[in-house]
Design a protein around this ligand. Structure first.
Ligand SMILES: [Zn+2]
Ligand SMILES: [Zn+2]
Length: 353
């Protein structure tokens, strides 16, 4: 075991503060990396404030962070994929059983024995739970380490590991390609990545937003059309025309308005997580054999594919880079959606402490 600098929350009501945690020394198949950037995901905030206590109660101290980009500092004797100096990334998962049907199909995110990057029982016993990326280093099995294309900005690459793969995976699964009409609901951390991917995959991309002020930005990000969702007349023009809609909204909203925009056999996929159950009208689904579905991040192979797609198409997240000392301020701003479109923590600020 060795000591690593980190920022942690001591309770649901305490701010994140500087601490020291224990990490395991790399075992045979482990990769140790120096963390250079870590994105701030809305899940970090939910977990820190114990807002998901019914599903995933938070164990304190909690070190969040699952959008990690760094440089390899040390590898175990059995590691074949990486060597010291490589630019790598770690996302939401750090382990799985590797043997269940999901793992065997490369869908580790649905493994019943999955270990998430933070707040999950630490099988290696370095701590009671896993500690995430708000830290200067981390040790991860090579199977869960990804390679970062050399042409991308590292600060903007970090959010690809959660916001990126969360929006890329459903688009690939439901066949978003050239010639398809794709909607993206909500233009935040997830939505802005959804627009970039739909556009890069060649789809006719339509952004739905509640605020007219986001129109120019949506167009800049790659939208062919922008619809103000409160305007019923504008919505009606698109009835029955979408192949696929990605719903990135985590607040309460009327999903029926979007189901009605799908063509026959069209799919709307939820990637946001509203607190209250959604009210779904059956007829919207019956007429047109439409589907309502959900999707969670993506498997390791697909995450690597996504990173390579980003390298080829020069896609990164739009980020505001902050020092870790501003993380509590960033959380308060995140609640108000006051960021375009993701915070990325420059971990040099932690090393300097
Ligand atoms: Zn996340
Ligand atoms: Zn498994």
């Amino acid at each position: 075991m060795y000591k690593s600098k980190a920022y942690s929350a001591a309770s649901a009501t305490s701010p994140l503060a500087r601490t020291t945690i224990s990490r395991r020394e790399p075992t045979e198949k482990d990769v140790q990396l120096e963390i250079l950037f870590c994105g701030i995901c809305h899940s970090d905030l939910h977990q820190v404030r114990n807002e998901w206590r019914e599903v995933m109660p938070t164990v304190y101290p909690c070190v969040p962070g699952h959008e990690i980009v760094g440089r390899v500092t040390k590898v175990g004797s059995g590691v074949t994929k990486y060597k010291a100096g490589d630019l790598v990334a770690v996302g939401c998962m750090v382990d799985s059983d590797g043997t269940c049907p999901n793992c065997r199909e490369g869908l580790e995110q649905y493994c019943p024995n999955l270990t998430l990057t933070y707040n999950f029982p630490d099988k290696h016993g370095a701590g009671p739970v896993t500690y995430g990326g708000y830290s200067d280093s981390i040790v991860v099995h090579e199977r869960f380490v990804l390679r970062v294309p050399s042409n991308l900005s590292l600060a903007g690459t970090a959010p690809l590991l959660c916001a990126g793969i969360t929006t890329y995976s459903p688009m690939r699964h439901w066949g978003v390609t050239k010639g398809k009409k794709v909607g993206v609901v909500g233009l935040g951390g997830l939505g802005h990545m959804g627009v970039k991917f739909a556009h890069a995959l060649g789809a006719h991309t339509v952004v739905f937003t509640t605020s007219a002020s986001k129109k120019d930005d949506a167009t800049r990000l790659g939208a062919d059309e922008v619809v103000i969702s409160k305007n019923e007349g504008e919505m009606a023009k698109h009835a029955g025309s979408f192949d696929f809609i990605l719903d990135c909204v985590s607040a309460d909203h009327d999903i029926n308005a979007y189901i009605n925009l799908l063509r026959r056999d069209g799919t709307i996929t939820l990637v946001g997580a509203p607190e209250k159950p959604l009210a779904v009208k059956a007829f919207g689904l019956l007429f047109g054999r439409r589907s309502l579905s959900g999707s969670a991040i993506g498997g390791i192979a697909e995450t690597q594919e996504m990173l390579e797609f980003c390298g080829k198409n020069n896609i990164t997240s739009d980020v505001e880079v902050i020092p870790i000392q501003k993380v509590n301020e960033a959380y308060d701003r995140l609640v108000k959606s006051d960021v375009k479109y993701r915070f990325s923590i420059d971990m040099a600020s932690l090393k300097a402490e």
